[in-house]
Write a protein that binds this ligand. Structure first.
Ligand SMILES: CC(C)(COP(=O)(O)OP(=O)(O)OC[C@H]1O[C@@H](n2cnc3c(N)ncnc32)[C@H](O)[C@@H]1OP(=O)(O)O)[C@@H](O)C(=O)NCCC(=O)NCCS
Length: 199
């Protein structure tokens, strides 16, 4: 994500160690957001199970982290057995953090990752009814085209180049380092009482 004063956090790839944060992010979504994200009313139990399985599936997750909390997530799930090299993309940004370009920042990561995997189509189950998601996709008109107004969003992904592969590799390496820092920060917040006190 380019420098954005409205969204001072950072976006990075999420790792299995981020599972508790991912679960908490999903739980913070209100009923409308859950319906928009999952196309149904999602209970806390459903979200807890969903978070557990998300990292086990053939899925890439990217998260927006601000002050140590995960406030937005994009998921890119490879759909195997598809002749058309299709993946499913889904986004969730907590209501208080919307309209700051976080969705667009997450979309940039999803498009780059999809391009590098030769994905030709992005499937978004919510697209037809979701004005925010439609507006977001339109901002990427150079890379995304609407194949069907309803359900399918399409990415015409050129073949990966050394440049795009390097871009993702460098981002992932940075993501891993940042993930460790995020976890350390969390750990120190939780166990601050263990810090030596200055007299
Ligand atoms: C869709 C969603 C991820 C967008 O996140 P965001 O961080 O607000 O996105 P951005 O700030 O990058 O805004 C992207 C575009 O959407 C527009 N937008 C955001 N919310 C909108 C709304 N409710 N109605 C119309 N347009 C909206 C923005 O104005 C922007 O377009 P523009 O600046 O070119 O006009 C967020 O609204 C969300 O999590 N919604 C609930 C879950 C969901 O619907 N997920 C998608 C289904 S998988």
């Amino acid at each position: 994500m380019t420098e954005n004063a409205a969204a001072p956090g950072h976006i990075r790839k999420l790792w299995p160690a981020d599972l508790p944060e991912f679960r908490r992010h999903l739980m913070r979504l209100d009923a409308d957001s859950r319906r928009a994200r999952f196309a149904m009313a999602a209970s806390d139990e459903f979200l807890a199970t969903y978070a557990e399985t998300a990292f086990a599936l053939d899925t890439l997750l990217f998260g927006y982290i601000e002050q140590g909390e995960l406030r937005g997530v994009a998921e890119l799930r490879m759909l195997s057995g598809q002749r058309s090299r299709m993946a499913e993309a889904a986004f969730s940004v907590e209501p208080e953090y919307r309209h700051r370009g976080i969705g667009a920042g997450l979309m940039e990561h999803v498009v780059l990752a999809a391009r590098n995997r030769g994905i030709r189509r992005l499937y978004m189950s919510c697209l037809g009814l979701n004005r925010a998601m439609q507006a977001l996709a339109r901002r990427f008109s150079a890379e995304l085209v609407f194949e069907s107004e309803d359900v399918l969003g399409i990415v015409e992904a050129p073949a990966p180049t050394t440049g795009t592969l390097m871009q993702e590799a460098v981002t992932n390496a940075g993501s891993f380092a940042t993930a460790i820092l995020d976890l350390q920060q969390k750990w120190w917040q939780r166990y601050a009482f263990l810090r030596p006190r200055t007299p």
